[in-house]
Each structure stands twice: as structure tokens, then as C-alpha cells.
Design a protein around this ligand. Structure first.
Ligand SMILES: N[C@@H](CCC(=O)N[C@@H](CS)C(=O)NCC(=O)O)C(=O)O
Ligand SMILES: *[C@@H]1O[C@H](CO)[C@@H](O)[C@H](O)[C@H]1NC(C)=O
Ligand SMILES: *[C@@H]1O[C@H](CO)[C@@H](O)[C@H](O)[C@H]1NC(C)=O
Length: 224
């Protein structure tokens, strides 16, 4: 256990890319924590108490104090625990890392969600187009092995959803959005990222994840 780390709990679910961001940050810092698995179909009193506003996971609870929203939690972890810095140190680079992480959550995630989880053809096409446009911006932004440089940083952690979850969504739906042809740099980055030792041990196993999202897509079609 890291010295003086205090008591650290993480409320989460195994399949969530947002929860995974927090797992990566904790592992990078070498923090020991208790993982409390939530049932999102029947949320625990603990979740409702600690995140009454959004009622979502992840929630990090550090010495009884809750922090919500994955990117906020990753910043908190970076500030609360020493060593292995996650955000860059230079103010402008810090701002950029935050800007692009916000871009992922506000542009890429909604576009991909629209492409993957809507049945309406027109909406889905719009989602695909928006995903391609948004991913191109990120492709142009990649200047080194990782967004963080030679090592993974804040934006790499935020973008894990693109490296690991988007290919799974593609496999389930047959969509071709994020491919090595369309985004060679980003694709190479995604392979480097998912093979990084810390990331590798933080990602949920692929087969159950695939089965989970297959189930989600099938349930969606059945509800039509
Ligand atoms: N913006 C949030 C998103 C978290 C989120 O969407 N969590 C989902 C699981 S992947 C959740 O808890 N959903 C429960 C609900 O919406 O009721 C973050 O970055 O933490
Ligand atoms: C929800 O979970 C609580 C315990 O956390 C349990 O007592 C209750 O029966 C569950 N409700 C449903 C509908 O499964
Ligand atoms: C990514 O690109 C670099 C430089 O071209 C190459 O050395 C490396 O093997 C590539 N990585 C993967 C996983 O394809």
C-alpha cells in the first residue's frame, strides 16, 4: 500500500469505460483500493448517497469523501497522490490535455453512441459522420507515441474508450468507423495503448465485454 494513501473505494461497474479511467489512474499511482460493484438496474444506497446528483459510476471515495465524474476523479487522483504525474506540468499543455479530454466526452462519445446505439437509419448515419469528423481532429492532434509523449498521460486515459471500447462496438455492430486505413496514427496509438502494461491490467476482459454489448444491441433491436 502506498504510504498514507488513506482509505480508497471505487464504486463502479466492470464494463464502463468511465470507470476504467479511474482504475488506470489508481494503478498508475500504485494506490490500493476496494472495488465496489454496482448494479445500475438497482442502485445501492451508497451510490445514491455519494452521487445524488447524477447517480452514476464511477464514484471515488477517499477517506469517506466522494468525488464524481471520471475526468474530475482522475485529476483528483493526480493531485492527491504523489508520483507518476498524469497531467502535464506545463500550464498550456495541461489546458490542452483538458480541452481534448472534454472534446472526447462532449463530441466523440455522443457521436459514437449515436452511431452504435440508435436504430433510426438517418440518426445512425449522422452519428457515423460526426464520429469520423471528430476522430479526424484527434488524429491530427497526435504528435508522439502517446498523447502524453513517451508515456501515457491524462488524454491517453480519457481516450481509452476509443482504443478499446470502440473496436468492440464495431465488432458487435459491423460498423467501420475507427480503422487503420482511416486513422493510421490513432490506430497505431490504440495498439500501443492497449498493450501498455498498466492499461492492459486495467482493461476489463474482452470476451465478456463483447457479450455484454452484444446483449445491449440485441435488447435495443428487440425493443423496436
Ligand atoms: N460523465 C460521467 C459518465 C459516467 C456514466 O455514464 N456512467 C454510467 C455507466 S457507463 C452510469 O453510471 N449510468 C447509470 C445511469 O445513467 O443511470 C463520467 O465521466 O463519469
Ligand atoms: C435492490 O437491491 C436491494 C439491496 O441492495 C434489495 O434488497 C432489493 O430487493 C433489490 N431490488 C430489486 C428490485 O431487485
Ligand atoms: C506504431 O508505429 C511505430 C512507428 O512507426 C512502430 O515502430 C510501432 O511498431 C507501431 N506500433 C504498433 C503497435 O503497430
Amino acid at each position: 500500500m502506498a504510504e498514507n494513501q488513506g482509505e480508497v473505494k471505487l464504486l463502479g461497474v466492470g464494463e464502463s469505460p468511465f470507470v476504467c479511467r479511474v482504475v488506470i489512474a489508481l494503478k498508475l499511482k500504485g494506490i490500493e483500493y476496494e472495488f465496489i460493484e454496482e448494479n445500475l438496474g438497482n442502485k445501492s444506497d451508497l451510490l445514491l448517497k455519494y452521487n445524488p446528483i447524477h447517480k452514476k459510476v464511477p464514484v471515488l471515495v477517499h477517506n469517506e469523501k466522494p468525488v464524481s465524474e471520471s475526468l474530475v476523479i482522475v485529476e483528483y487522483i493526480d493531485e492527491a497522490f504523489k508520483g507518476n504525474p498524469i497531467l502535464p506540468t506545463e500550464p498550456y499543455q495541461r489546458a490542452l490535455a483538458r480541452f481534448w479530454s472534454k472534446f472526447i466526452d462532449e463530441k466523440i462519445v455522443p457521436a459514437v453512441r449515436k452511431a452504435v446505439f440508435t436504430l433510426d437509419e438517418v440518426e445512425r448515419e449522422k452519428g457515423i459522420e460526426e464520429s469520423l469528423e471528430a476522430l479526424q481532429f484527434l488524429e491530427n492532434e497526435l504528435k508522439s507515441k502517446f498523447f502524453g509523449g513517451d508515456e501515457i498521460g491524462f488524454l491517453d486515459i480519457a481516450a481509452t474508450i476509443i482504443a478499446y471500447w470502440v473496436p468492440i462496438f464495431q465488432e458487435v455492430t459491423g460498423l467501420q468507423i475507427f480503422t487503420s486505413d482511416k486513422f493510421p496514427k490513432l490506430y497505431n496509438w490504440s495498439q500501443e495503448l492497449i498493450n501498455h502494461p498498466i492499461i492492459k491490467e486495467s482493461l476489463p476482459p474482452r470476451e465478456p465485454l463483447l457479450a455484454f454489448f452484444k446483449g445491449r444491441i440485441e435488447a435495443l433491436s428487440a425493443s423496436k
